[in-house]
Design a protein around this ligand. Structure first.
Ligand code: FAD
Ligand code: DHB
Length: 400
């Protein structure tokens, strides 16, 4: 088998890239370890930046998004139960975010892939990358029947997430990693109940962080900060609802509609970047190269901005416009990645309870949130990061 670009992983990064390349007439094969229902079934991100929505429109993937996506012009912050609103659209010249679950995005990407005949090799085991530093790279795997498979290509793109094989294919003396592991996780539930507010609520409470989000007018997504050693079995629904309402405060908490949860998982929080994002004929994109804590809702959006840049670079190469795009991809992507890392780290730092926090730390946090409440400048800074920074420009720290 031969293709122009072999893409490892059919998550958001891999599937958006496959559609982008197809739009430019470039051949690609996506090689995915699991099957479609597994990838589509994972409950993950919920908030799309304006640029992500724009890309879905540009790729002809936005029909259902236009009907079912919920456009949010602002968001709420809550400090010990006192809530205030940030009018992101007014602060950013009209930018909004759209609430539309990653599961829905994946369904749209896969449905359109089927119609457009994009090739996906599902259930690929033992995926291995070869000859990445030469001119003729190839990828091998075992298919669902156990048969050995191989595809030769011009480029390999690692879109295989944090636990994938691609990042590890860079030589150890080339790769540099940067990491913060947070001493807590998020316990998240889905429930078939109307959301407590029209827009999201990010709540800092003495007992810990809470987030009120949604998937539709009748389906809510709620999170509470929890310990890393905790088990979902320790969190029957009643305990979850009680804790959530406490952290949202008496006024908002009293308006929460409770109901049976049908999803309950704990996710650890991490900041992580692996540099560079290109080595020889291998490029990395999305969670394969970086992880953000979910507080800023940046994970999936970063995967999309990476592959938007990479798609442009590869299109330039195949159009015969030279390799400046390819050569500049890592620095350009990392410049934006680090700003999203900074924002996600900062937003996590000011909204969560850290086990080592003393009275001083707590008061600094409260002062920071109170400052945001009263300062248009501070609100604008938050808003422009939350709706998503532009794709162009920026100086990478890669060389530091
Ligand atoms: P992934 O979505 O991880 O996709 C990678 C794909 O590669 C997967 O389909 C995987 O099966 C496949 N793969 C892995 N290894 C191999 C291999 N060896 N060979 C072939 N294929 C392979 N973000 C938010 O903004 N908000 C959230 O609430 C949120 N919650 C999250 C909860 C969890 C538990 C996790 C893990 C992430 C969450 N994220 C959230 C982050 C967001 O979902 C990710 O940033 C986004 O999915 C990244 O997309 P990706 O395509 O880079 O990677
Ligand atoms: C959701 C997840 C996030 O991490 C976030 O910041 C906002 C919303 C969600 O799942 O709806």
């Amino acid at each position: 088998m031969r293709t122009q670009v072999a893409i490892i992983g059919a998550g958001p990064a891999g599937m958006f890239l496959a559609h982008l390349l197809r739009a430019d007439g470039i051949d690609a094969l996506v090689i995915e370890r699991r099957d479609r229902s597994y990838v589509e079934g994972r409950v993950r991100a919920g908030v799309l930046e304006q640029a992500t929505v724009g890309l879905m429109r540009r790729l002809g993937l936005a029909d259902r998004l236009e009907r079912e996506g919920m456009v949010h012009r602002g968001t709420n912050l809550s400090l010990d139960g006192r809530m205030f609103h940030i009018d992101m659209a007014a602060l950013t010249g009209g930018s909004t975010v759209t609430v539309y679950g990653q599961q829905e995005v994946m369904r749209d990407l896969f449905d359109a892939a089927q119609v457009r005949g994009l090739e996906i090799a599902w259930n690929a085991a033992d995926v291995a990358l070869h000859e990445l530093d030469g001119t003729r790279p190839f990828v091998t795997w075992r298919d669902a029947d156990g048969a050995a498979r191989r595809v030769d290509c011009d480029f390999v793109v690692g879109c295989d997430g944090y636990h994938g094989v691609s990042r590890a294919s860079l030589p150890a003396d080339v790769r540099r990693t940067f990491e913060r592991v947070y001493p807590f996780g998020w316990l998240g539930i889905l429930a078939e109940v109307p959301p407590v507010e029209d827009e999201l609520v990010y709540a800092n409470h003495e007992r810990g962080f809470a987030l009120a989000s949604m998937r539709s007018a009748t389906r809510s997504r709620y999170y509470v900060q929890c310990g890393l050693d905790e088990d979902v079995a320790d969190w029957p629904d009643e305990r979850f609802w009680d804790e959530l309402c406490l952290r949202l405060g008496p006024e908002t908490g009293a308006r929460v509609t409770r109901g049976a949860s049908f999803e309950k998982t704990i996710a650890p929080l991490r900041s992580f970047v692996s540099e560079p994002m290109r080595w020889g004929r291998l490029f990395l994109a999305g969670d394969a190269a970086h992880i953000v804590p979910p507080t800023g809702a940046k994970g999936m959006n970063l995967a999309v901005s990476d592959v938007t840049m990479l798609g442009e670079a590869l299109a330039g190469h195949y159009r015969g416009q030279g390799d400046a795009g390819i050569d500049g991809y890592s620095a350009r992507a990392l410049a934006r990645v680090w700003k999203a890392e900074r924002f996600s780290w900062w937003f996590t730092s000011v909204t969560h309870r850290f086990p080592t926090m003393d009275g001083f730390d707590r008061r600094i946090q409260m002062a920071e949130l109170d400052y945001i409440r009263g300062s248009e400048a501070a609100q604008r800074t938050l808003a422009e990061n939350y709706v998503g920074l532009p794709l162009t420009g920026g100086v990478s720290s890669e060389a530091v």
